[in-house]
Design a protein. Sequence first.
Length: 255
Amino acid sequence: MAETWAEAAKKINCGNGRHWTIETLKCLQSAPADDLLKLLDPLASVSLSPEVVLGNDLLPFDSLQGGINQLANSQKSIQVLLGSTDDEGSLVLPLMDMKTFALFDPKTLSQSEAFNELKKYAALLVPPKGAQSPTVNGDEVARFYINQQSSSGNSFQRTIGTALGDFYVSCPVVEFGNRLRRTAPANRLTVFQYVWSRKVPSRDVPCADWMGACTASDVSMLFGQPFEEREQFSPDDRQFSVRFMQTVGSFLWEG
């Protein structure tokens, strides 16, 4: 990820394009918003485009391992809450193939068609630095996710999205927690995790009926969107939002 951002930053004259440094970060932080938008391509392949920047007052380190080490070496007792949704990837699929992954009435896939679709997209994924293999075996990924499933409506589409979301979000979240647990003394750091599975209505995020709980849908509930846009949400949504805020708030105050 750092190498991806270093290469992208060079396009707006930040850094040399080869190494991610604090100077590159400071250059990006001071760059005009219009310049930063030039770095992002929402229609690019799922394996392209920078996605996150590490290094600011909240996360004062320039690598993921640096952050893990900083938390692990803290002399304070730390409790970490990690979260993800049950479908982190389906949201991007219509951008890649609007017919197969249409928001409304998508194509019905057979098991063999779903296998080939996932195999194709999985082969485009770029493993993180330090992975055992420089490429992803699309055939193995498709066998793991598709061959264990029987068809039901548009469930194959969702399975493909879940697989991509596992690669980019869900599995890295779990791995981050595991690394923290392995690195830090057990008596000083505890890791908790939730998986959000409630569908959330939203005009801003086109989360189709066949998708699961789309990426970041938990965030809108945590920050009370059902109370800001009352006509869009039900009383039940507001109740869930309150319960979620209470849960996270209780964790922040009491652990």
